[in-house]
Design a binder for this molecule. Structure first.
Ligand code: GDP
Ligand code: ZN
Length: 464
């Protein structure tokens, strides 16, 4: 039979709120089949439901006998299901009202209740269908901001990270076995703990792959979280025009985020797979206020936690003292110098700006004609990634949680190496080795504590 960790049957609406073409209710747990039989009246069904087959019929209120909705329903026998439990799905018309009504009927069943956010996926994890990295990948996939982000999540969902970590874990287990022999039979064989081959093995099969995994963390972080960029510049240099121009050019506008203050506008762009949150420090007031009035302090506030600054200059007017003042404020950030309005200054030598801002990328653009905008995107991408190779498609990268554990594991393995070189007894070495194993176990969910699990699954949406 299949593992049934939790006696409760859970139910939830799996499709987003609001009206849609169809809406899906998902039920998982031992009562699923009984619920389906009780509420669903199939049009053509003589016998029992065949697993994984879709039936047409109606959901009928058991007391009034009235049809609530015409639906397609499917019963899926465990363990070949998302949760490995008995699962039922009811595909109704996408009316949230009707879905709510059906859901309310379902949870009147004994030992049946509403699912918590992420609970279906949590069961898939607890029942051993997926590991914790794969469960995390589900949430990541749903929230991916760019196509590249979705690809990254997908490789993790397919077990990319799990496999790599499992391999390292296997190597550690093998080394531990050798040490255990040495602990159990300390005098039998002096060569058992010959440190050289063990160290070489740890290096090749553990430290190196760990280091390689960690090297991918930064690129993964950039793809997942993206960067934020502030557009900074005097009034009328063309900040808002630049933002509009970028929005037009981009293959996808990901989201429009309402500005946190009344005088900022934020948009999220997809720049070659990197989500870039762009903040225009625009606003009605700013266009009438001089920079001095706006105050350096306010400019600094707006820079806040931005990773990048697009310093916009007016190429037709030439460099002003205020431009330099703004640059001074942004100097501790990664700055891309944008010389705008080059359409009005056809003879402008962009190279001169390179001399004023040595070492910084300088791009000449026209926000009105779109000239130079691709070069700007290129510069933005370079600045955002800092030269990191983001990801080869199909390769998973550790997230922040994994990275912390991987670093601890690496530290513990390095300790084993130091201990081996110093000729420490195997029982002492085994402690660090066990530490490394449990850090890896945290990543895949073997040894992860309940509060960490709760935190991870709380991030999910309802019905997933
Ligand atoms: P902001 O105050 O920095 O946000 O500047 P705006 O984007 O509101 O632009 C100020 C004025 O400059 C507007 O009249 C724009 O049409 C104009 N402008 C912006 N970019 C360009 C450009 O590349 N070329 C030209 N010729 N005019 C521009
Ligand atoms: Zn503006």
């Amino acid at each position: 039979d299949f593992p049934d960790f939790n006696e409760a049957t859970i139910a939830g609406i799996a499709t987003p709120p609001g009206a849609g073409g169809i809406g899906i209710i998902r039920v998982s747990g031992p009562q699923s089949y009984a619920i389906l039989q009780h509420l669903f009246h199939p049009k053509n069904l003589q016998h029992n439901f065949i697993s994984h087959r879709l039936y047409f019929g109606a959901i009928v209120h058991p007391e009034t006998g009235l049809a609530i909705d015409e639906v397609l329903a499917v019963y899926m026998r465990g363990p070949l299901t998302y949760t490995r439990e008995e699962v039922v799905e009811i595909h109704g018309h996408g009316s949230h009202l009707l879905l709510q009504e059906i859901l309310a009927l379902i949870v009147t069943f004994p030992a049946t209740r509403l699912a918590e956010p992420g609970e279906f996926t949590k069961r898939a994890f607890l029942n051993g269908r997926i590991d914790l990295t794969q469960a995390e990948a589900v949430a990541e996939l749903l929230g991916a901001k760019t196509r590249e982000g979705a690809t990254l999540a997908m490789s993790q969902l397919r077990g990319g990270l799990h496999e790599e970590i499992w391999k390292i874990r296997d190597a550690l287990v093998a080394v531990r076995a050798i040490m255990e022999v040495a602990i159990d039979f300390p005098d039998e064989d002096v060569e058992i703990l010959d440190p050289q081959p063990l160290m070489a093995r740890l290096d090749r099969e553990v430290q190196e792959p760990l280091t390689q995994l960690l090297a991918r963390a930064e690129g993964g972080k950039i793809i997942r979280e993206g960067v934020s960029a502030v557009i900074l510049g005097r009034p009328n240099v063309g900040k808002s025009s630049l933002l509009n121009c970028l929005l037009r050019e981009e293959r996808a506008i990901v989201t429009a985020i309402p500005g946190t203050t009344r005088d900022t506008i934020e948009e999220c762009l997809d720049i070659q797979g990197v989500p870039v949150r762009i903040i225009d420090t625009a606003g009605i007031r700013e266009t009438v206020e001089a920079v001095e009035e706006m105050g350096i302090r306010r400019a600094r506030q707006k820079l806040g936690e931005a990773d990048l600054v697009l310093l916009v200059l007016d190429g037709a007017e030439g460099l002003q003292a205020e431009d330099r003042a703004l640059f001074a404020v942004a100097a501790d950030k990664k700055v891309v110098v944008v010389v705008n309005k080059i359409d009005r200054a056809p003879d402008l030598d962009i190279g001169l700006y390179g001399e004023v801002f040595p070492g910084l990328p300088v791009v000449g653009i026209s926000a009105t004609t779109g000239q130079g905008i691709h070069a700007l995107e290129e510069a933005l991408y370079e600045a955002a990634t800092g030269g990191h190779v983001l990801q080869e498609p199909g390769v998973a990268a550790p997230n922040v949680r994994h990275t912390a554990a991987l670093q601890r594991a690496l530290g513990a393995v390095q300790q084993v190496g130091v201990g081996l070189a110093a000729g420490l007894p195997p029982d002492l070495l085994a402690i660090d080795l066990q530490g490394a194993l449990s850090f890896l176990g945290d990543i895949i969910g073997e040894t992860t504590t309940d509060d960490v699990l709760d935190m991870i699954f709380a991030e999910f949406c309802l019905g997933k």
